[in-house]
Design a binder for this molecule. Structure first.
Ligand code: HEM
Length: 184
């Protein structure tokens, strides 16, 4: 593993300014998060199902969509509980979620609009239920932190695979990528 998930988490916490107040408001709304999780899962999988490519992936194996609905509910609720105060356990879990998507072959171009759907749908729900702007901001931040984990795992996994297969150094690989980008 090239990155330490907890170090990465702490970097993101600083970058997004995910504060103690954000954590407190999420924790105090954890029951509400669990209550609306199934409804959010409905929106999420309805969205994915409307895309031919993603729909095929979702239904590729027996029972996958059913399993996914359950994992979504857990994932959604964990954004509110923070598992271990958004520490090593939370970071490891987010890193694993990223790896699963790389293994299944789902590209970043699918992940970003999928997370946008979550942010959008939860935003509507917050509004209809009269929830605070502070909760909305805290949720947006943690959604973006989770998104950053999934996105980063692509580059980590691909880079590691190339380095392992070729024996190249990370510096050489970086130089080749930079040169490749220059010629595009
Ligand atoms: C906001 C973005 C997303 C989140 C938060 C998310 C969440 C999750 C979670 C929590 C898991 C379980 C990971 C584990 O087993 O440890 C998972 C697996 C999976 N996700 Fe996602 N997902 C996202 C985007 C997508 C997209 C765009 C697709 C496209 C179809 C997708 C398809 C899958 C598949 C196929 C699996 C593996 C299911 C299996 O175990 O067979 N996900 N996802």
């Amino acid at each position: 593993m090239a990155i330490d998930p907890l170090v990465f988490m702490n970097t993101l916490v600083n970058r997004f300014d995910f504060t103690k107040e954000d954590k407190d408001i999420l924790k105090s709304n954890a029951d509400w998060g669990l209550e609306i999780a199934a409804e959010m899962a409905d929106h999420f999988y309805a969205y994915l199902g409307r895309d031919e490519e993603m729909n095929a992936i979702l239904n590729q194996t027996e029972g996958r969509i059913h399993r996914l609905r359950e994992t979504f509910v857990h994932w959604f609720h964990e954004m509110f509980t923070g598992i271990d105060d958004w520490g090593a356990g939370y970071s490891q879990r987010r890193w694993q979620i990223g790896i699963v998507h790389v293994k299944v072959g789902i590209q970043p171009q699918h992940i970003i609009p999928a997370m946008a759907t979550v942010v959008n749908e939860v935003g509507k729900k917050l509004k209809t239920e009269g929830k605070s702007e502070e909760l909305k901001n805290a949720l947006s931040k943690i959604c973006m932190i989770d998104l950053a984990f999934i996105e980063q795992s692509y580059i980590e996994v691909s880079t590691n695979a190339v380095l392992k297969e070729t024996g190249w150094s990370a510096t050489l690989f970086k130089r080749l990528v930079t040169h490749g980008a220059e010629s595009m």
